[in-house]
Write a protein that binds this ligand. Sequence first.
Ligand code: GLY
Ligand code: MN
Length: 381
Amino acid sequence: MFTSRINIIRAYLNKQKLDAVLISSVFNITYLTGFSNFSKEEREAYLLIGKDFQYIITDARYSEAVKSEVPHLILFERGYKQSTEDLLKKHKKEIKNLGIEEDDLTVAEHKLLKKHFKTIKHLDIKTHRAIKTLEEIDKIKKAAKLGDKAFEYILEKIKPGVSEKEIAFELESFVKKYGADLSFPSIVAFGKNSAVPHHQTGNTKLTGKGEFVLLDFGVKYKNYCSDMTRTVFLGKPSEKQQKIYQAVLAAQQKAIDFINKKLKAGKEIKAGEADKAARDYIVSKGYPGIPHSLGHGIGLEVHEHPFLSSKSKEVLKEGMVFSIEPGIYIPDFGPPRPSLARLREARFAGEAGGVRIEDLFVLEKDKLSNITHSPKQIISI
Ligand code: GLY
Ligand code: MN
């Protein structure tokens, strides 16, 4: 599998008239090797793939693991005896045009490469990951299934007095007990904190009745991520809260219906138009527009192609896995300011909080299939 992925990249190199590519993104390295232990913060490895060579460049801390887990690549061990630059110099004659990942490389790395190669051009590897194989889809489904279980479990822990961090901790320990990891630090937002789409989980405790409880979390299973959001209520939600909830749910359905309709008609499904279907609905109900994109592809990374945003030019295709996650966020407004948006938003003052509902979907040949199965009716604890 990894050899065929490398061959696809090699064919792509050829098409782009490049002699080699230096791959630096950890997730692309995992995609092409299966090895996932390199740091995401530090540069610990590269792949150098050319017409007649394919190297994995790393240091002695990883050599043994790489030798056994990545036998399809030649290990170049960088260290005190030889550097990455030495390897590049060795192939300098064959590499006139080098591909790089410009969205990953640092300026310093780019400067160094410019010393050796005449043409350096961006090569997009990430988009190759957008369409998943059945095996990849299966891993994402398993991650999502554990996410559903974790949601069921966590509902029992939501009680007055509990803090956001405690809930985040419970989620993490549940997922780890099942041998998996979180795919990102969980977002747990109580009350008005839920009005911040990416609230930083803190020490706020649940106190009152009818509070928003927004839970956004994901599982990583065999390198593949899931992502889901549910908003529940501690106590009976007010009428306003229920209306907001139903509007978010209906907006998600608008996007689903849009995609299914295009699919049935055999038409191109533009990601930007799916975003618009949900966004327009929310605005038509008099709520502030979604302050983030409608969704994102998911796989080795939590956020990857395709991106379902208003600016996206991407087309949704069979085998893509992505989230659909509309939200309505009503912040604490403070003293009213005389802008139109403020006046419109002020109708919701006193109800600071937010609702987001997020499911993962796989686009199949004839339907959009849900991967997240947690309930979506209003849950009042
Ligand atoms: N669930 C986190 C995000 O999609 O940004
Ligand atoms: Mn998401």
